[in-house]
Design a protein around this ligand. Structure first.
Ligand SMILES: Nc1ncnc2c1ncn2[C@@H]1O[C@H](COP(=O)(O)OP(=O)(O)OP(=O)(O)O)[C@@H](O)[C@H]1O
Length: 404
């Protein structure tokens, strides 16, 4: 019974044979009232036990995630996209948790919490990401970030394709499926999506579609502002937040937001994302008298890029510079958290400002660093692995007077 209660299912078997022997037409006689009231008491005791076990499960999960580190770093290697039949040996070799990069004059070994090799599937990645969703349902702010050089598969991991759904649609599905199974709490969800583009914010779910940033150079009319509340939580003023009563509605809104993203062709990716795309699921959990609100951020970061290599010029080059600057601000925040600095420079970019209540203490982060298997990308691969290393060294128990 305990195991069943922990999994959120309590099945109480009524002694139907006994009842039926007295009742040929299937009705209930008064003589059984006592039995019924005993069973009702038993059900209510089991419900209370279930709530208690759920609370303990939440505490245990929180401790487990803290032990593993408040930030978990995975690395995914994109499959080779060479069209040639000649098999070229990749400078990148991987094992379960280790990545070795070998090239002329380069010998670099890195370790992360889990490596996904070129053959890994969307299922494999989601399997590792899934436990942290429980933390979001339990009231923690959670952030799942896809980081990496342009063209290494960040959008593939987060959005996926219609045949191979990525982490965002799978996470949305998982939230609804958990909510349907948990009989001890009720949940409601809402979704927001925004794009951080050249230091400005654009609401991807605005009722009247705002003009694409890319189509109007220097346009900042879509700029939203970020407010920090006295309780330390962060609000994006005026950002559309749509209540999603079911999975179908959630997917419809997510697809709508995806279609509004700014993309452009570069030498290395012909549908390169020119911005950071942030999907926020707000979770309201009501268990008994208390309501808890938490945020799940699913972030497809713009690709870090070497501007010469991507062949970018004009607007595309400016976009690349802006992406690199905000990624460097994200790196600085992570480094400050790691060093337990009293000042964490969240304010240095819009990206880090928005995420400030979901990157610091008490929140849980999964970062999937994407790398290319190609010899031509060794320089970028080393940089991305350096970023992963810095992120991985964050300690979970720290006391910070964070500046947001
Ligand atoms: N694991 C994978 N399996 C199959 N195809 C992949 C995988 N990863 C990436 N791809 C393919 O590689 C190409 C580039 O991937 P994607 O657009 O996701 O890169 P990105 O890192 O988001 O790039 P950018 O930063 O420029 O937006 C796409 O055609 C994508 O479908």
């Amino acid at each position: 019974m305990e195991k069943e209660a922990m999994e959120g299912h309590v099945n109480v078997m009524l002694p139907q044979e006994n009842l039926r022997s007295d009742l040929p037409n299937g009705g209930i006689v008064l003589g059984h009232d006592k039995e019924i009231s005993t069973l009702q008491e038993e059900i209510s005791a089991l419900r209370s036990r279930q709530r208690h076990l759920n609370r303990r499960r939440r505490e245990a999960l929180g401790k487990l995630i803290d032990l593993k580190g408040s930030i978990r770093v995975f690395c995914r290697v994109r499959p080779s996209i060479s069209t040639s039949n000649i098999k070229i040996k990749s400078p990148v070799t991987v094992e379960q948790e280790n990545i070795a990069v070998r090239a002329v004059g380069i010998k670099k070994d890195s370790s992360v919490d889990r490596v996904f090799d070129q053959e890994s599937t969307q299922d494999d990645v989601f399997h590792e990401v899934k436990p942290i969703l429980r933390s979001a349902l339990d009231g923690h702010n959670v952030c799942i970030l896809a980081f990496g050089q342009t063209g290494t598969g960040k959008t593939y991991t987060m959005e996926g394709t219609s045949d191979n759904l990525g982490a965002v649609p799978r996470a949305i599905q998982e939230l609804f499926s958990h909510a349907a199974q948990d009989t001890s709490s009720t949940y409601s969800f809402s979704i927001s999506m925004l794009e951080v583009y050249m230091g400005s914010l654009r609401d991807l779910l605005a009722p009247r579609q705002q003009p694409l940033f890319r189509s109007i150079e220097g346009n900042t009319t879509c700029n939203l502002s970020i407010l920090a509340t006295t309780s330390g939580s962060v609000q994006v003023e005026g950002l559309t937040d749509v209540a999603v009563p079911d999975l179908k509605k959630a997917n419809q809104w997510y697809c709508r937001g995806r279609r509004s993203r700014s993309t452009s062709g570069t030498n290395v990716n012909n549908v390169s994302s020119r911005s950071h795309c942030l999907t926020r699921i707000t979770i309201r959990r009501c268990g008994g008298v208390t309501e808890q609100v938490s945020k799940l951020w699913l972030v497809d970061l713009g690709g870090s890029e070497r501007l010469l290599k991507t062949g970018a010029s004009g607007l595309t080059m400016d976009e690349g510079k802006a992406i690199n600057l905000s990624l460097s601000a994200l790196g600085d925040v992570i480094a400050a958290l790691r060093r337990k600095r009293s000042h964490v420079p969240y304010r240095n970019s819009k990206l880090t400002q928005i995420l400030s209540d979901s990157l610091g203490d008490g929140s849980k982060v999964v970062m999937v660093v994407h790398i290319s298997p190609s010899k031509d990308d060794v320089g970028e691969t080393i940089c991305s692995l350096g970023f992963a290393k810095r992120a991985r060294l964050i300690e979970s128990s720290r006391e910070l007077s964070e500046v947001r």
